[in-house]
Design a protein around this ligand. Structure first.
Ligand code: ADP
Length: 881
């Protein structure tokens, strides 16, 4: 290879290119090849070269891509040189030189020589190389085969270089050995110079286009709104986001102002902000509002001035981000914060180490610490000493993502109070879902707890009371059923001892012995009588006395600690060998009359065995016992009274029987002597009637009258005794109306004589023997006629039904009876008038009374008014029709 060094033929070829001086393409200034203008020697060849160069320049100017530049360059090279083939190779980014454009080269050749270059990339001052005959150049021996196959005999290397050194090369290929003249080399170099510049420009433009494309892509794919406006507010550029958000096409916006796109008030605001940016000549960040279909959206806009090529302010660029959601979130957060702040509950946040990170006013109120005092401190400051483990447990649960809900526990306030709280603790996560702490809502449930406890204790008391009542109700009947006082005392003692769980129990009757201080009679339970046999009876000591005085319940958790214990000399406490009593319970048994019947006593060797509810049970049992004992006593008394009554009834019955026997025999036996007296007096009157002095005859008359009267009395008495004397069997059902009709028939003589009127209502059937009913009617109607007044007698008989009884009434218009005698008149021989005025024996009404009482009925004077009349009533069991 022949290096073309300084002073080589290359330098000898000088020609004029355009005009003398530097060539300027954009900012790149290249030294033109050393071209010397020699107008006088301008030949056809030079003209051709100049033409080629002009054509090249014109083509390069039109070229739109690097490829077109390469094509134009190859064409120029082939036209301006004698080379039959040409190629352009460029260094790639990896520093390997590669074919970019070529003419007449096989792929095999290109492949074989790719990467071959006489100058490494960036070589400064590289010079063209000419290889007149490749086969003569030993350094190319490795490629001789390739050259032969490609029929290449001569080569020219033209470096493509700019300020940064070599970046590529032109290759000229000749089929025959060729020296390549200086003119040919010069034109090739000139082409290389132009192509270098054009390729560089094309690459720069490509880069610019790419970067513009990238910029637009960035702008268009930005989630924020980006725009450029000139000094007058006319849009120079808007991105796709702008188009999407405001529903306008880019083409319709560019060249227009905000007043063409937005309502006036909105545009005014934008313009004002733009002017501020221009006035300040510095970026500003402001919130701006723009209308959207769903209302005004808030943007955070970064606006800054942009400068022109001259460095002067040329407009405003804006980058606006829609922060409506964030704004709403902020508002929601503010609201949430306000809710948290105003919540009555304590709301606390803490990190996973248990350090308090937020503290609302509810927490201030509940725990007493201000937010400033609490935040930053460990949550454990609220723990009560005996629950220190609780908080780490809750935190560990929360850090595993679990919630703790309505957990009821205790917490400590600033002033050292323990309060009861209900906690709900939830994990707090960051944006990535990682648990970073816990939120805790605490509610003061002290009052609720207290109310619950009160309720529970009330409920427990109510249940206890109910249980006690049920117990007492169960034992009540068995107590009341026991009427033997001794057995009763035992049942009471046993039951109560079992109910209160006493080790032993006793009932002492309130009976004082002759010394006046012992309760002699007693019943025991839970212990044998022998256990007490050796001891004096309980005396009126401090502990026992109140019970026997009926002063209420005595309950003592430990008798040995009681002030009343051991205060009864000679005993310093319980007598030796006494059952050990620590727990003590006693209640008086007081009767309805207020008399203390005795006391129930219970003991247990252990202290504090008896509770309030045991006390209630004992009081209940004592009350039941009092009733049962009262009942037993009443029962005893009633039994005694009954026995007494039976005895006196028996006596009475015997006396009555004697009396009736006497009355019967008297009336029966008296009839005979009476008849004799009367008969004798009549005989005497008949035989000596004319011989008698008038007074003698009067005496005889009185004897006769007395005898008659006596006879009538005796007959009435006999009738009276007869009423009960004969048993007549069960009473038949008789028709009172027909009985009355018979009676009226019998009495018709008297009725007629007296000019009396007897009337009646329809009368019912009754259960009575008809002879007895006839006796009743006969006596009452007879009396009504006998005791008549001035007017002709009127008698009226009626009957009404009342509660299974037929109540008959017999009314008259006679002389009447004084009300004072309404009871007396039913007595035996009781009369209100002398025999001289109204004859009679005073037995009629007594007989009536005996009759109705025999049938279970009653007779009474219903109504009587002197001189106006009388009504008698009597009741008989109603019969069937
Ligand atoms: P007696 O008629 O034989 O005297 P009672 O036993 O029938 O005996 O009557 C007792 C008394 O009741 C009579 O004496 C009479 O005074 C009074 N008495 C009875 N019935 C009537 C009557 N209907 N009106 C007035 N007084 C009467």
């Amino acid at each position: 290879m022949l290096p073309i060094g300084a002073g080589s033929r290359y330098r000898a070829y000088r020609y004029s290119l355009l005009h003398s001086g530097d060539l300027v393409f954009g900012s790149v200034k290249i030294k033109p090849m050393a071209v010397v203008t020699q107008p006088d020697r301008t030949s056809d060849a030079e003209l051709k070269n100049l033409r080629t160069l002009y054509q090249l320049l014109a083509a390069l100017t039109r070229a739109r891509s690097v490829e077109e530049v390469y094509d134009v360059a190859i064409a120029s090279l082939l036209s301006a040189t004698t080379a039959d083939r040409a190629a352009i190779l460029m260094f790639d980014d990896d520093g390997v030189i590669r074919f970019k454009a070529w003419r007449g080269l096989s792929a095999e050749y290109r492949h074989a020589v790719t990467g071959h270059t006489p100058w490494p990339k960036g070589t400064l001052d590289a010079r063209p190389l000419v290889v007149p005959d490749v086969l003569a150049d030993e350094s190319l021996q490795a490629h001789w085969d390739v050259f032969s196959r490609e029929r290449i005999r001569a080569l020219v290397f033209i470096p493509l270089a700019l300020g940064e050194g070599v970046f590529g090369k032109f290759m000229l290929y000749y089929s025959e050995p060729c020296q390549c003249g200086p003119d040919e080399l010069a034109i090739a170099q000139a082409i290389a110079g132009h192509v270098s510049i054009a390729a560089d420009r094309a690459r720069a433009e490509l880069a610019r286009a790419i970067s513009e494309q990238r910029l637009q892509a960035i702008l268009d794919n930005s989630a924020t709104v980006i725009f450029l406006k000139d000094l007058e507010g006319r849009y120079l550029l808007v991105n796709r986001r702008y188009e999407e958000l405001f529903g306008v096409a880019r083409a319709d916006v560019v060249g227009r102002t905000d007043y063409d796109v937005f309502p006036r008030d909105v545009a005014d605001k934008f313009r004002e902000n733009d002017r501020n940016v221009l006035a300040k000549d510095a970026p500003i960040a402001i919130e701006e509002c723009a209308p959207h279909p769903d209302g005004l959206h808030t943007y955070i806009s970064i606006k800054f001035p942009i400068r022109g090529a001259d460095g002067k302010t040329a407009g405003v660029c804006g980058i606006a981000t829609d922060i409506t959601d964030r704004k709403q979130l902020e508002i929601a957060n503010q609201r949430l914060a306000a809710i948290v702040e105003s919540s009555g509950d304590a709301i606390i946040a803490k990190d996973l180490e248990g350090v308090i990170t937020s503290w609302n006013t509810g927490a201030e109120r509940l725990f007493g610490y201000t937010a400033a005092e609490a935040v930053g401190r460990p949550i454990s400051m609220l723990a009560v000493p005996d629950r220190l483990n609780e908080m780490p447990e809750i935190l560990s649960r929360v850090s595993r993502g679990l919630r703790v809900e309505h957990y009821e526990t205790c917490r400590l306030t600033k002033d050292g109070r323990t309060i009861q709280v209900s906690l709900t603790v939830s994990p707090v996560r960051d944006a990535n879902g990682r648990i970073i702490g816990a939120s805790k809502v605490a509610r003061d449930i002290t009052e609720r707890k207290r109310a619950q406890e009160t309720l529970a204790s009330l409920l427990a008391r109510e249940q206890e009371a109910r249980r006690t009542a049920e117990l007492l109700n169960r034992i009540g009947p068995s107590l009341v059923a026991e009427l033997d006082p001794e057995k009763l005392a035992q049942v009471i003692t046993d039951t109560a001892t079992a109910l209160v769980g006493a080790e032993f129990g006793a009932f002492f009757h309130n009976v004082v012995n002759e010394k006046g201080d012992s309760y002699a009679l007693y019943t025991l339970s839970g212990v044998s009588r022998e256990a007490f046999a050796g001891f004096p009876m309980p005396r009126s000591t401090g502990l026992f006395g109140p019970t026997f005085r009926g002063e209420g319940v005595v309950r003592c958790d430990d008798t040995t600690l009681d002030a009343r214990y051991g205060e009864n000399p000679p005993y310093p406490g319980m007598p030796d060998g006494h059952l050990p009593v620590r727990s003590y319970l006693a209640a008086p048994v007081v009767s309805r009359s207020g008399e203390v019947l005795g006391g129930l006593f219970f003991g247990h060797p252990l202290p504090a065995r008896f509770t309030g509810s045991h006390e209630a049970i004992v009081v209940g049992v004592a009350a039941q016992a009092a009733i049962a004992m009262d009942n037993a006593r009443l029962f005893e008394q009633a039994r005694w009274v009954q026995t007494e009554l039976k005895r006196s009834n028996e006596g009475l019955r015997r006396a009555n029987q004697d009396l009736e026997t006497f009355a019967y025999s008297a009336s029966h036996d008296l009839q005979e002597p009476l008849r004799t007296i009367a008969l004798s007096a009549q005989l005497l009157e008949q035989s000596c009637g004319t011989d008698f002095q008038s007074d003698e005859s009067a005496i005889l008359g009185r004897i006769l009258m007395a005898a008659n009267r006596m006879t009538s009395l005796v007959q009435d008495l006999l009738a009276y005794t007869n009423v009960t004397r004969y048993a007549e069997g069960a009473p038949p059902n008789v028709d009172a109306g027909s009985v009355l009709a018979n009676v009226l028939d019998v009495l018709s003589g008297i009725i007629g004589q007296a000019g009396a009127t007897v009337t009646s209502e329809p009368l019912p059937a009754v259960y009575i023997h008809d002879t007895r009913l006839a006796q009743l009617f006969q006596n009452l109607i007879g009396n009504a006629i006998k005791y008549r007044g001035k007017e002709a007698p009127r008698v009226h008989i009626t009957a009404v039904q009342r509660d299974g009884w037929s109540v008959f009434s017999v009314s008259d218009n006679g002389i009447g009876i004084d009300a004072r005698y309404s009871d007396q008149i039913f007595g035996l021989f009781k009369r209100l008038h002398g025999n001289d005025k109204y004859s009679g024996s005073g037995i009629g009404l007594a007989i009536c009374q005996r009759i109705v009482e025999q049938y279970g009925g009653r007779i009474w004077l219903e109504k009587s008014v002197p001189d106006q009349g009388t009504t008698f009533c009597f009741s008989i069991p109603a019969g069937g029709r």
